[in-house]
Design a protein around this ligand. Sequence first.
Ligand code: ADP
Ligand code: MG
Ligand code: ZN
Length: 490
Amino acid sequence: MSNGWETIIGLEIHAQLNTEAKIFCGCSTRFGDEPNANTCPVCLGLPGALPVLNRRVIELGARAALSLGLQINKQSIFSRKNYFYPDLPKGYQISQFDKPFSANGELEIMTALRDEAGHPSEWRIKKVGITRLHLEEDAGKNVHEGLPEVNRFSYIDLNRAGTPLAEIVTEPDFRTSWEAYDYVNHVRRALQWVGASEADMEKGNLRCEANVSVRRTGDEKFGTKVELKNLNSVRFMQRAIEFEVERQIGVLESGGRLQQETRLWDERAAETRVMRSKEEAHDYRYFPEPDLPPLIVSDEFIARVSAAMPELPEARRRRFMDQYGLPFTDASQLTSERTLADYYEQAAAASGNPRAAANWIRSELLRELETSGATAGDSPVSAADLGALVRLIDEGKISGKQGKGVLVKMFQSGKSAAAIVAEKGLVQLSDTAEIDALIDQVLAGNPQQLSVYREGKETLFGFFVGQVMKSSQGKANPKVVNERLKEKLS
Ligand code: ADP
Ligand code: MG
Ligand code: ZN
């Protein structure tokens, strides 16, 4: 980051709401069907066809707003946003303008300082102003095939036209690319958590645009902003912002001026490139949609929607800290996804030791899941089975070291911990009489080391522990071995 400059970022997120039917007609929103298979006079924009609002969109829009702690306006208005583009057959998009579904909200996110590789430290709370959350329809898609100037054909696929979106716009409140990164992840998780959207950037059902400008530290006035598009993952967005900030500072420091424009991020070239200049302000000639009445949302409706929502991530993280005594980072990681949080709570209950269950999930289970490409939701080892494994270790039946091997076997075979322990004859040896016998053998078998130890070389203690563990084939309980050895050697 160059000294003497401040970065200003505002974000616009379009999230596809997870409905089966489109926003103003009954056509399916299914992805991947034959081009134009899911169309009708309404979403084709044929003259005389009338839109009817899908109730489910209001429900999921309300879930989205509530998951971000936003107020929902009692009345909002759909408006026509007029512009011409081949994938927009009506010549306008039905959106919301001066009376949106939700406005003037504030969201608290957790954000961290990051090192070069992006590893977080020092988490803190940041407040982000949410300018608006409004409902609108998506446009269709232009599909290009073949090579430009050789055999290029362009087609229009209107399957996506009329898919419901929630657009969420922030105030220019972010000061670093990592704050923007933490915000998008927060929104993504919240929308997924309450089932409002799949919110998968790679699939395109969550799209993000970043508005970026820089100003000299101490200046009040914002600089000229550039809008970044084609950000296909949260990490790409973060990198695009970093690049853009350096580019803008470079232009200004060499005495140049910035254009208000839209630039595309090219991940392979790792740079942003001009897509179109935005010199003349768009004039969309917004006006209220005459074919739709104002959208009225009653208190009862909101109460019903919130009653049906799951406990939200932040609340759950706090509860994990209070109820299970987990540190902040553990509780944060375990609430990074709803399926993982559910998994943890089941495993904690089955184990009888919530802190140990948290450690096992964070250190061992997540690694195994990652290697096998699974998530907590489809883990080959059930939460109950993981809990049972933690219990075996907690009760001293097997050692922690043995437990790690058992978990790997559980992953491979799908068998329970108890079954694997029985098969392999794994038992932790905690019986003091048997351990005493092993110790006596070891001491008798190493008279030289014993006399050196007795002369004061106490570091040999570890040697004896190792020998006893070895002669037990790793089955001895290390805690008991240590205790008995100390006793015998004193
Ligand atoms: P436009 O009319 O160009 O879409 P808006 O005022 O609607 O601009 O703002 C769009 C987004 O850009 C918002 O997220 C807002 O916070 C952000 N934004 C506005 N001005 C700036 C700026 N100078 N630098 C960075 N972001 C900005
Ligand atoms: Mg805008
Ligand atoms: Zn339709």
